[in-house]
Design a protein around this ligand. Structure first.
Ligand code: GAP
Length: 507
């Protein structure tokens, strides 16, 4: 069946996610707050499942290394607020910024590097440009129709990044939503860290920052972990948690938000081995995401251009992104995870700013050195978005017409258990099956509405199996099982249900 693509697909996913309690706009009853989202009952379970899968496959049972030997990775959970000097040392106070332009008329603020302009293909007496946010040219075309004679379509324009215009051309740019040209300010740097005050006083000396990445908490605990656990180079420290960035233009649903979650691992190794580990982790992370079902053409690896590299990744090896083709980036791709070669940048910086030695001594070679770091940094909430996009599927032959094909391991609900009707001994049998299965699996018991509506709800929740207790169950202790992906039903003995799930849910 033909599947919706692009903006139509995205709109349907957002609507289903809201309707079924995956993702809600934060503060919805107050009209929302731009860049913040809440996770409902199904959404938090999906997010926790992805989080747990990462922790399991990174910390509890990491992949085998390039030579087949087990790797050593330990976890931590550091504070969101740290000593502000840590953010000066890390380069975030000085360098963690995006270029920003304001519209003097509408007061809207834009990431300068996200703004593009439409330029008429035909020669005009005076230059004119219509600015739009990358990937969303329609409002600019509408503005152009008001501002120009004729009824131009998007094909009548060339598109180019705002940054390619000369200074003199800026006066001729219509900002998104503006009623005249020339209202965009110069581009200036805007620091993305959220500031807050620690304690009762609100002076500059009490200023602290909400962490913009979980990684720095790992570097700050590097010595503590090394001194207290048995890990020795090469080894990793992993952390999952919230990060905050005051993004200039949060957009594309939960892709770019101001509060989000990261899953980051810093792999500390000898500088001479860093290249091997960089290649190893790049491939390993790509394999992990494809193992979760984000396989095929929608997942790819891309090396960063030199101009994209973060301040810590200037080591010559650079950064690889694992990218996914989200509906709003089609036919292009957007970042899901970055694997960066951070060199010794962070440990050297913290060593210098704190005065605490973070170098390592190798007793065999009698060498002192600051380890190099390879960092696979994934977005947990962005991962949830990729899973929602990948799982969404339309099947008009079903009552729900929409279903979520989550991989078994990540499905918020593994199985539904229903009595066909609420009488004749059926609820009692169904309840006892539910109580037995929920000890091992995520099970939902549902006795309300018609059986068709219950199946439809489970399809939309992405539940792989539904077991229904009916009149025949009372006679011969057999139940029906319905498969989410095929919609097919078969009968099996109620006693065989646990094994049925054991065999199919490859957890
Ligand atoms: N420690 C390195 C670091 O933070 P990053 O590429 O800025 O690198 C890592 O972030 C991952 O965090 C990204 O690949 C993305 O999945 C996620 N991420 C970054 N900014 C985000 C935002 N504003 N909203 C949602 N996820 C974000």
């Amino acid at each position: 069946m033909a599947q919706p693509t692009g903006s139509e697909r995205m709109e349907r996913i957002v609507a289903l996610a809201k309707r079924r309690g995956f993702v809600f706009p934060a503060s919805d009853i107050y009209g929302g707050i731009n860049g913040f989202w809440d996770y409902g009952p199904l959404g938090v379970q999906l997010k926790n499942n992805l989080r747990d899968a990462w922790w399991r496959d990174m910390v509890e049972c990491p992949p085998l290394g390039p030579d087949g030997s087990p790797l050593s990775i330990v976890g931590i959970d550091s504070s969101i607020i740290q000593n502000p000097r840590a953010w000066e040392a890390s380069g975030h106070v000085g360098g963690f910024s995006d270029p920003m332009v304001d519209c003097r008329e509408t007061k809207a603020r834009f990431r300068a590097d996200h703004l593009h302009v439409l330029r008429p293909k035909r020669e005009l007496e005076a230059p004119v440009y219509f600015a739009y946010l990358e990937g969303e040219p329609d409002p600019a075309v509408r503005t152009a129709r008001k501002a120009m004679r004729g009824r131009p379509s998007v094909d009548d324009f060339d598109s180019l990044p705002l940054s390619e215009l000369d200074e003199s051309d800026r006066a001729h740019v219509w900002a998104p939503g503006a009623s005249e040209a020339g209202t965009l300010t110069e581009s200036r740097d805007f620091n993305l860290m959220f500031k807050t005050f620690v304690g009762a006083a609100s002076g500059e000396e009490n200023t602290a920052y909400l962490r913009p990445e979980t990684a720095q908490g790992i570097f700050l605990n590097y010595k503590g972990v090394l001194d207290t656990s048995r890990v020795r180079l090469p080894f990793g420290i992993a952390q999952i948690g919230k990060a905050f960035r005051n993004e200039v233009t949060p957009r594309n649903y939960i892709f770019r938000t101001r509060e989000f979650e990261q899953m980051e691992m810093e792999w500390f190794c000898h500088p001479s081995e860093a290249k091997i580990w960089f290649e190893f982790w790049t491939q390993s992370r790509m394999d992990w995401w494809s193992g979760l079902g984000l396989a095929g053409d929608r997942l790819r690896l891309r090396r960063h251009e030199a101009s994209e590299l973060a301040h810590y990744a200037q080591t010559g090896e650079g950064t690889f992104d694992v990218e996914y083709q989200y509906p709003f980036t089609e036919p292009d791709y957007g970042e899901l995870e970055g694997v960066a070669h951070r060199g010794s940048f962070d440990l050297e910086q913290h060593q210098e700013w704190s005065g605490v030695k973070l170098e390592t001594f190798d007793p065999e070679t009698r060498e002192r050195f600051v380890p190099h770091v390879i960092e696979p940094a994934a977005g947990l909430t962005r991962g949830v978005l990729a899973l929602l996009c990948e799982a969404y599927s339309v099947d008009e032959s079903r009552p729900s017409s929409e279903l979520m094909r989550f991989p078994h391991r990540l499905a918020p609900i593994h199985a539904g258990v229903f009595p066909l009707v609420n009488k004749g001994g059926m609820p009692e049998i169904a309840e006892s099956l539910y109580l037995e299965l929920r000890r091992r699996y995520r099970i939902q018991y549902d006795a309300k509405q018609s059986i068709g509506k219950r199946y439809a709800r489970m399809d939309e929740a992405g539940t792989p199996y539904c077991f229904t207790v009916d009149g025949q169950t009372v006679e011969d202790r057999s139940v029906t099982v319905r498969d989410r992906d095929t919609g097919a039903q078969e009968r099996l003995s109620i006693d065989a249900v646990p094994r049925y799930l054991d065999e199919r849910l490859s957890l």
